[in-house]
Design a binder for this molecule. Structure first.
Ligand code: BTN
Length: 340
């Protein structure tokens, strides 16, 4: 057997990293000979990861389909500014906090932090966002807008539209369908299964006097995750579980920002969602469906009719009273039977 085949066999046998030293010793050859054999295997198309102080590892076919690093993302970006200043982290506390830190040091609009795992992921309404190392993408972008603070909340549905468009482009809708649950959760359904959440968006705004200093959009996207706690499995899933195949995270993250730039420009010109409203409503899974409005003062049921130019949900109450506009910051909306 050639040295190249022997190295390949050792890498296949070992699930973890094999150091150059271990390979030399077990095969009785020099480090240079091992290094050359690895080089030839790579030329033949084997995906071999080399990590300093750990060694070599043969990627599984699924990992090959989902190479996720700075280069894989930036080579797919076709943007003028979104993601052009890119930081990629294997682990962090919260990418929103990372972007906030960078904003303090004068980072430009479009600065993007992407992480493979978060240890202190933040969700909306003060909740935590579970962010395990399990094939997901956690990422946040910095905006430095000149519009007034009241306009900023509308940026979240714009980001939701970008995620929705990215999923349609990269994954397609052969085995599953995507949608937006008002105001900005991305949901998926396959076959007759109920809509489940695959993505959440947390937008944070910082003011100076009453002017916006920065807006940070954070996106948590369950891409290839397979392990879900039973309580989450009822309402949450991943793209892979719903659509049945591994999805390349780098393509998805890049596509989000490729779509976002154009959508955001339309929004900033209008300073309302008017130019995007029709498109948003096409993706809105609540439209024409019964909803329960969890208004803390007086919860009620009705039918979701669509959104207005500010992104408020228009609900026709079941008691026949007049159409109401529901604001995302104030109340939650659920489906009458399930999550949607
Ligand atoms: C939600 O509650 O639906 C919003 C979840 C937002 C999670 C993302 S993950 C990347 C970014 N960093 C955070 O700490 N949160 C957001």
């Amino acid at each position: 057997m050639s040295l190249k085949s022997e190295v390949l066999q050792k890498l296949k046998e070992e699930k973890e990293y094999l150091s150059g030293q271990q390979l030399c010793e077990s095969l009785g050859v020099s480090r240079t000979a091992v290094w050359k054999a690895i080089g030839r295997l790579k030329e033949e198309g084997y995906q071999i990861e080399a990590v300093t102080n750990r060694g070599y590892r043969l990627l599984t076919p699924e990992e090959e389909q989902d190479l996720f690093n700075q280069e894989e993302i930036s080579s797919r970006l076709h943007t003028a500014w979104a993601g052009q200043n890119l930081y990629f982290k294997e682990e962090t506390g919260s990418t929103n906090d990372d972007v906030f830190g960078l904003a303090q040091t004068g980072a430009p609009q479009g600065t993007l932090v992407v992480a493979v795992r978060q240890t202190a992921g933040k969700g909306r309404r003060g909740r935590t966002w579970l962010s395990p190392l399990d094939g997901n993408a956690y990422f946040s972008i910095l905006l430095r807008p000149s519009y007034p603070a009241e306009t900023a909340p509308m940026v979240t549905p714009v980001a939701a539209m970008a995620v929705y468009a990215a999923l349609q482009e990269v994954v397609g809708e052969q085995n599953c369908r995507f949608g937006i649950k008002w105001p900005n959760d991305i949901v998926v359904s396959s076959g007759d299964s109920p809509w489940k959440k695959i993505c959440g968006i947390l937008t944070e705004m910082h003011l100076e006097e009453s002017e916006i200093r920065d807006v940070i959009i954070g996106i948590g996207l369950n891409v290839n995750m397979t392990e879900f706690a039973p309580e989450i499995r009822q309402t949450g899933t991943s793209v892979r579980l719903a659509c049945g195949h591994t999805v390349n995270r780098a393509s998805l993250v890049a596509a989000v920002w490729n779509h976002f730039e154009g959508l955001y420009e339309q929004f900033t010109m209008a300073r309302t969602l008017a130019p995007l409203r029709e498109k948003y409503e096409e993706a809105l899974v609540n439209k024409d469906r019964p909803v329960r409005v969890l208004d803390p003062a007086a919860p009620y049921e009705g039918t979701a009719m669509g959104v207005n130019d500010s992104g408020e949900l228009l609900v026709q109450p079941a008691d026949g009273s007049g159409l109401r506009a529901v604001s995302a910051g104030e109340v939650s909306v659920r489906g009458v039977e399930g999550y949607v």
